[in-house]
Design a binder for this molecule. Structure first.
Ligand code: FNR
Length: 383
């Protein structure tokens, strides 16, 4: 553990422990991966102002996200197929988040079901929904999330149609993975991973299998996912879904000021400025470049969260200073999970927290809630 001092270390260990096809699934972007790369490299173009001789005792990174107290303004982003990165992955990640005092978001396309996670963690979590054509299924899904005590839904708007990731096609990745000689050989390279998988019975895409029409077992899932996404999704449909849920709503995948205004007009509780971690529209701006204009456009009307590209506490501080109330992390916690299960997710949160707290102090601040753009030096041509 002592050799692991940063998220990159967790990523290296993750690569060693998880079958190549699942490592590739997470560690890739769509098409040329331009947006995926710039999501991280654009953070390097923003600088901090170093301030000295300020009392640094009694520091705090605590805050609130959609009115919920958090130890630091970081939520675990929804990640599909997490239970293939590590057996019972969603449950382990939700437990780590609960202990750390940050929100966990369960993906519609998780392996463990809403009920599995609720039972194992006994803590409210956020539930992410994709907009699917089947209204009855959507009603039931939202009802299940409500019964499980989920405190918010995150409606993902940027996956009406799916971006292409070359590595997934080449690896023959499907949900669930098809058992072919190549995929079996790929998975068999990681014995520790396989043994843990065999110990769990939750390999079922529990939110969908047995609930969606015609999906009675995991083998029928791939054809369902190809058909189920609602290509006709528009703002009226978003309003319907918000009404269907009736509780707190976070709209995820907003990259444009016009869309941000629409989201605010609908009365959502928050938006997430996100390009899906560079997995959808290749050639879109990096998320951090899109953030300032969106904060300027709607920041006084709606809470603005951020994701895509966070790998350090410094990144979190930059996003916070540019006006995000908090951030979601995707790959940063998945690396930890694949590397070391629950302890790895905890480790990723500890690393980010320490980096955030120390960097905030070196910028001359004790309270993350008081941090603003004045701590940064942002190039004029950044936006
Ligand atoms: C995702 N993301 C995602 N988003 C979502 O709304 N539902 C989902 O099921 C998934 N699945 C998923 C799988 C994998 C492997 C990744 C890496 C990402 C997107 C995710 O919620 C988040 O927006 C990005 O991961 C943020 O970028 P970083 O932090 O990974 O750079």
């Amino acid at each position: 553990m002592s050799a692991i001092t940063c998220i990159d270390d967790l990523k290296r260990l993750y690569k060693r422990r998880v079958p190549k096809m699942f490592y590739d699934y997470a560690e890739t972007g769509s098409w040329t991966e331009q947006t995926f790369r710039e999501n991280t490299s654009d953070f390097d173009k923003i600088y901090f102002r170093q301030r000295v001789a300020v009392d640094m005792t009694n520091r705090t990174t605590a805050g609130q996200m959609i009115g919920q107290d958090v130890a630091m303004p970081v939520a675990l982003a929804p990640v599909g197929l997490t239970g293939m990165q590590h057996a019972d992955g969603e449950i382990l990640a939700a437990r780590a988040a609960k202990k750390f005092g940050v929100p966990f978001t369960l993906s519609t396309l998780s392996i463990c079901s809403i009920e599995d996670v609720a039972k194992a963690t006994k803590a409210p979590f956020w539930f992410q929904v994709y907009t699917l054509k089947d209204d009855d299924f959507m009603e039931r899904l939202m009802g299940r999330a409500r019964d499980a005590g989920c405190s918010a839904v995150v409606i993902t708007l940027d996956l009406q149609v799916q971006g292409q990731r070359h590595k997934d096609l080449k690896n023959g990745l499907s949900a669930p993975p098809k058992l072919t000689p190549a995929s079996i050989a790929n998975m068999a390279t990681k014995v520790g991973w396989g043994l843990k998988m065999l110990q769990t019975r939750r390999r079922t895409f529990g939110n969908v299998v047995g609930h969606a029409k015609g999906v009675t077992d995991p083998s029928s899932l791939s054809s369902w996912t190809a058909e189920a996404f609602d290509h006709a999704l528009d703002w009226n449909r978003v309003a319907e879904l918000m009404k269907m849920w009736g509780g707190k709503v976070i709209l995820k995948g907003i990259m444009d000021t016009e869309d941000a205004r629409r989201a605010a007009d609908l009365g959502a509780d928050a938006i997430v400025v996100s390009n899906h971690g560079g997995r959808q529209l290749d050639g879109a701006l990096s998320s951090i470049r899109a953030l300032p204009a969106i904060v300027d456009a709607v920041g006084d009307r709606i809470e603005v969260m951020f994701d895509s590209g966070i790998r350090t506490g410094q990144d979190i501080l930059k996003a916070r200073a540019l006006g995000a109330s908090g951030v979601m992390i995707g790959r940063s916690w998945v690396y930890g999970l694949g590397a070391m299960g629950q302890a790895g997710v905890t480790k990723s949160l500890e690393i980010l927290h320490k980096e955030l707290d120390t960097t905030m102090a070196l910028c001359g601040h004790r309270d993350l809630r008081e941090v603003g753009r004045d701590i940064l030096l942002v190039p004029e041509d950044f936006e």
